[in-house]
Design a binder for this molecule. Sequence first.
Ligand code: NI
Length: 142
Amino acid sequence: MSEITRISISMEEELVEQFDAYTQEQGFPTRSEAIKNLIRDKLIQSQWEQDAHISGAVMVVYDHHKSGVVQKILTVQHDWDSLIHCSQHVHLDHKHCLEVIIVRGAGREIKEFLYQFRQIKGLKQSVFTESLAHQNGVVSEA
Ligand code: NI
């Protein structure tokens, strides 16, 4: 486990009130958890901008009866085959499919892949979660 360093931050009272409201609304147990989460998000964003190597999972839910959806999902994945490590398909019920696609590669390319993926009409849900693993394989402590 990583060493924990205590830091103190000074900020305007109004900002603290807004931050406390955010912390509560988002369900973070403490200010520290909320701040850590915000910092990680910002660092991840920065990695994307710097075109670092990233990895993560796309989770998508769709109705396979909808015209063209399956074909479009397959086409986008084949267009970006170099980014896709593996995928898992689950038939949730008569209508719905859930697919998890593990991607890894340059942040800029993954961003483009996600953009094209989200253009597909008929997706019921589409979520991307980035792993905290760094390029050298070291995983940050949550
Ligand atoms: Ni299915």
